[in-house]
Design a protein around this ligand. Structure first.
Ligand code: BGC
Length: 641
């Protein structure tokens, strides 16, 4: 039976199964799923409201432009827009501080409240490791690090804290958590996934949903979560990416069993946890783009899994549904300006909405989208019932979040504003960093923990005093950047300096020179920041510069501790053998103190690998992924002191 057939066959049985789940109490990996009742609690009022809406008002609800592309906030009022997003590079014109973000949010919301029906917008943003577009926000470890904690309660707390920082600015919708199950670490989005193991992704993904939303939406600190990217974004085949890329946005050439057991499983858990929105993936399954696949979006997700929230398309993703016949002027999904010319845009809209997409991240061409979707409805190509279903789903989420019935929910929270970037929040991040670190090696030299009576410690490597590298992509900018990101935080070097008293001299040398006479060296190596397709890499070797830095220190004949900052396991040739101790620190974010806690031994390492660490260099193009080669450190590996 195909996905589509099974979807409709099971639709009628779903409520029965929901009951059965309660009775037999299946775990997070439950075979069946359903959105909780609170999501549909306002359906009677919604039916009445939808009955009063004009086509213009309905289509407006389904439209999400990007802040930077809005001709002016007045368009929110005149076009009845249901949402606005800030992609990775779409910031308030006046700056990136809490004040500017709050003012932007309020200005947009004001316009929405002046429409005839006074339906508020949902403002969407990628708060994927903290409220990471806002200066001064606490930046948490990326999800790959959280996966190594295996601590669902901690992941819930991290998401809760992020939600609280978001509410300080009024923003109420995060495009997180990412439920990818990355199966090839050459993918540039590997770090956005918790693990290569669907059971870990399911458990921690559901915890993140509970942290963002609360037990149900509508709490003073809750924000709407968005599980992404549905489905098998982490299962694409090497070499299938569009525009000559490697994996990102590619085609998952896997059978239905693998799709369900590996990539779908976390969505069941998230739906059971009440996730209110889901983002279909740019990628394809068996050659069909997920954003236009009715069997997946309507058959599987809405009917079979009983998802009652709404689907938001990815950034310009629907533009790819009909292959362009004209010139292509940029990568779709690129948050930077540039747009794929799609002469068949109208067809793209028709395919996607009829497949089950409820709101479209149109980003720039929103007046055109609105005009074309209205035309499609008038021509009968998109049934009004489909539009009503989409709007009903969007309004469900707005009602559940309290936006329509409790006007207080609309306002930025002064309490959250006080807690924004606070020491209490930084303490939670520090704990997350500490628990995410994985000790991979600590030989008989026992270089770790560092001795508190050391006279001189040499800290080396470009990453040691570099907050940008520590935070990775999706930090202030879409791609992140090396160097002092203009947000607060503690680098590894600064944290070590804080951790030792005046009896220990801590010197810093980016290239590892000057190690002679030191008791021990800590060398920080790894990857420069990246996001999405820009991080696809066929070769996961460390840079020659990093290998040389380790060699320079090693030549001085002292114990060497290597700390790796990276979005995935890297190939450690030339370094693993020289290192007396080796620590995977992932992309820990702003709280370097968490790294010092482990290096100095105030806390013993507890992190366990959530991905196998490959031994073999460079799988050939299209060949076996490095994760499939025998690992140097298996999944679950992690030493203590
Ligand atoms: C990414 C999404 C993100 C969206 C909005 C896309 O390019 O694939 O993960 O939520 O941009 O910034």
């Amino acid at each position: 039976m195909s996905v589509a057939e099974r979807g409709s066959a099971l639709a009628g049985c779903r409520r029965w199964w929901t009951l059965a789940i309660g009775l037999i109490h299946l775990s997070g990996a439950a075979a069946f799923a359903a959105s909780p009742d609170w999501l549909t609690a306002h359906d009677t009022e919604i039916r009445e409201l939808v009955g009063r809406m004009t086509l213009e008002e309905k289509v407006g609800q389904m439209t999400q432009p990007e802040l930077g592309a809005l001709a002016g906030p007045g368009d929110i009022r005149s076009l009845f827009l249901g949402s606005v997003l800030s992609g990775g590079n779409s910031d308030p014109a006046g700056g990136n501080g809490v004040r500017e973000w709050t003012a932007t949010y309020e200005a947009c919301q004001r316009e929405a409240l002046e429409t005839r029906l006074r339906i508020p917008i949902l403002y969407g943003i990628d708060a994927v490791h903290g409220h990471n577009n806002v200066l001064g926000a606490v930046i948490f470890p990326h999800q790959i690090g959280l996966g190594c904690t295996r601590d669902a309660a901690l992941v819930e707390k991290v998401a809760q804290t992020t939600a609280n920082e978001m509410r300080a600015t009024g923003i109420q919708w995060t495009f997180a958590p990412c439920l990818a199950v990355p199966k090839d670490i050459r993918w540039g989005r590997t770090y956005e996934g918790f693990s290569e193991d669907p059971a870990i992704v399911s458990e921690l993904g559901a915890a993140a949903v509970r942290g963002f939303q609360g037990a149900k939406l509508g709490g003073p600190d809750s924000v709407v979560a968005c599980a992404k990217h549905f489905v098998a974004d982490g299962g694409t085949t090497f070499g299938t990416a569009p525009t000559g890329g490697l994996l990102d946005q590619g085609d998952a050439r896997i059978d239905e069993k693998t799709l369900r057991e590996t990539h779908l499983a976390p969505y069941r858990a998230a739906i059971n946890a009440g996730v209110a929105t889901i983002m279909p993936s740019y990628s394809s399954w068996q050659g069909v783009k997920c954003s236009g696949n009715k069997a997946l979006l309507t058959g599987l997700l809405k009917k079979e899994l009983g998802f009652e929230g709404f689907l938001i398309s990815d950034y310009n993703a629907i533009d790819q549904l009909v292959p362009p016949t004209g010139p292509v002027s940029g990568l779709t999904g690129d948050n930077a300006p540039g747009q794929v010319e799609t002469p068949n845009y109208k067809k793209c809209i028709e395919i996607s909405i009829n497949a089950g997409m409820d709101m479209v991240m149109v980003t720039k061409r929103y007046p055109e989208f609105i005009r074309l979707l209205q035309e499609l409805v008038r021509e009968g190509a998109v049934p009004m019932a489909r539009i009503d279903d989409a709007v009903t789903r969007i309004l469900r989420v707005k009602f559940a979040q309290g936006l329509l019935n409790e006007r207080a929910a609309l306002k930025p929270s002064p309490l959250a504003r006080k807690a924004f970037g606070s020491p209490a929040h930084r303490e939670i991040a520090r704990q997350a960093v500490r628990q995410s670190l994985v000790l991979l090696k600590n030989n008989e030299m026992k270089a770790l923990p560092l001795k508190s009576d050391a006279k001189r410690i040499l800290v080396a490597g470009r990453g040691a005093d570099d907050l940008g590298t520590q935070c990775g992509g999706w930090t202030i900018d879409w791609q992140g950047r090396r160097g002092a990101v203009t947000t607060g935080g503690t680098t590894i070097l600064a944290a070590l300096r804080k951790a030792f008293d005046a009896g220990t001299t801590i010197d810093y040398s980016p290239d590892g020179s000057g190690a002679n006479g030191a008791d021990v060296a800590v060398v920080v190596v790894g990857e420069a920041p990246y996001a999405e397709m820009h991080g696809d890499r066929a070769d996961l070797s460390l840079s020659a510069e990093d290998v040389q830095t380790v060699a320079n220190v090693k030549a001085a004949g002292l114990p060497v501790v290597v700390v790796v900052l990276s979005g995935r396991p890297l190939l450690l040739d030339g370094v693993a053998d020289s290192a007396d101790a080796l620590v995977a620190a992932w992309l820990p974010g702003t709280e370097g103190d968490g790294i010092a806690d482990i290096l100095t031994g105030t806390h013993s390492p507890t992190g366990k690998l959530s991905f196998a660490w490959p031994v073999r260099a460079n799988a050939p193009s299209g060949g076996k992924a490095p994760t499939q080669s025998p690992p140097i450190f298996p999944m679950g590996f992690g030493l203590g002191y």
